[in-house]
Ligand binder design. Sequence first.
Ligand SMILES: Cc1ncc(COP(=O)(O)OP(=O)(O)O)c(N)n1
Ligand SMILES: Cc1ncsc1CCOP(=O)(O)O
Length: 552
Amino acid sequence: MAKAAIDYSLYLVTGRELLPAGVDYYDSLEASLSGGDKVTVVQLREKHVDTAEFLEIAKRSLAICDKHGVPMLINDNLSVALALPPRVGLHIGQTDLPLAEARRLLGPERLLGISVHNVEQARAVLAEGIADYAGVGPCHGTQSKAGIGEKDVLGPRGTREVVAALASADGKQRLPCVLIGGLNQKTAQRTLYGATSEANHPDGIAVISAIVGRRDADVAASELSSIVGAFKAQLPSDISPGKLSLFDAGKQWSDTSALLKRATQIFAAHRQSTHGPPLIQTLTSHVSSTLSANVALCFSASPIMSHQDQEAEDLARATGAVVLNIGTIGEEARRGMKAVGAAANRGGKPVVLDPVGVGASAFRRAAVEEIMDDTQVTLLKGNSAELSSIAGLSEVTSRGVDSGSGSLKDPEGLVRSLARKERCLVLLSGKVDYLSDGHLVVRVENGHELLGRITGSGCALGVTIAAGLAAACNVARGDSVKGLSTAMVRAHPQDLIPGALVGILAMTIASELAAARQDVKGPGTFIPALLDELASITPETMASRAKISVSQ
Ligand SMILES: Cc1ncc(COP(=O)(O)OP(=O)(O)O)c(N)n1
Ligand SMILES: Cc1ncsc1CCOP(=O)(O)O
């Protein structure tokens, strides 16, 4: 007989030691299960009682779970599970009973779950085909399990890789999974989105403190349940390779004129400033800070150049988008980028990452790795050396920060594969710019060589792109888009490509217009002219001068 399908959406792991003072464990459990959209699975985790007491707690807990029709499992203790009816399952860790042994002792009927912490364990569990589900984590730091250090934490990128490994490459086999570790009302949404790739998606979240630690366990459960519900509602029903696309709707831009038309519309709405100029929080190098701030102002946006981690949360409420540029990164900015990136993800604000000179030092590589592990980036922008370094290619050796795209054999292949891997838009900047969402590649052939003869023009391009993405979000605001797109940004997913394009075209076309002016004699006179042209460029000029082409 086939096992009943389990709804893993909100999986409560109990933790009596985390209950607020005076709150009764059974009352808290009952509350988390009461009402409509609440906890869907319960695991009893008792680390400090003997088997007899564990069994007593389990019997009373089972009566509550049964009343609400919710499946229950026992953490680690096989004998407690076996002493209970066959509808009670077991969750084991990697160092507990071997999976095959646990299944042999439990029999085929009982629910059996296992923790996985890395890709190898995930592949092995999938290949064995014995477990009913996997618990993937720890996704974030947590105080609820002893001995978890920073090195154990998977982060969004690591979580995504483990979840992906729980589905076979041909899409025929997949193991349901829940994410665990540090998941709460603030982190659940971005972690669920971040863990989702073309290969696979999580089926729910498992929490201890986010429910057990609350006096209002019923409210906590329904808050979490609605976050998971909103996430699941966006997933396509048919999950197979290639179907669960990051920017599915971006595929519609195979028609160049339709893409340019949409970019022009977004730019027009941005210039009309219906929602006020978007605030662009820019963490950038000392060298390019002033130019970047002026570029933001000229491009109908407001700059704020704070690096402070302490104000990240407050500023995130007001920002339209953020730029993380590692040009002159130090420890303070590194901390700031971590906090600003996470706060932007929580608020559904676009994040542009400019990994300036990433190939030049181990410190820069570690900083970029850390940002990309912690933050779901919306657009990654770099030259051929920077993107090659991130992609792990040896084709282009770093020549400081100025390598163009011409040195690459297959620039389109690089942006496409990096975008798929990192689940973000990727822009390779150079004489020709290549923008990809992992499916299509937009080539932009605008721009003037004087851009390469002033410092900070590439950094400032990150600012115009962030403003373009913020403009795409503002359009969605006007249309009352509430949920997050799969890119973790509050925008129509299909608008992210034209939004980014607005920023690229504005900067490159303004450079052409500036360079053509009589008063521009060289790099020195080019800078003020560039700012003037950026301030006056219209959607019509953008539409008429854009040199773009799209390939699938
Ligand atoms: C759903 C879920 N996932 C992971 C764990 C962790 O289990 P384990 O690694 O065995 O650690 P302990 O819980 O035994 O400390 C879990 N309990 N539940
Ligand atoms: C049991 C366990 N396994 C990995 S993290 C974790 C604890 C999760 O607790 P919380 O939801 O409070 O972070």
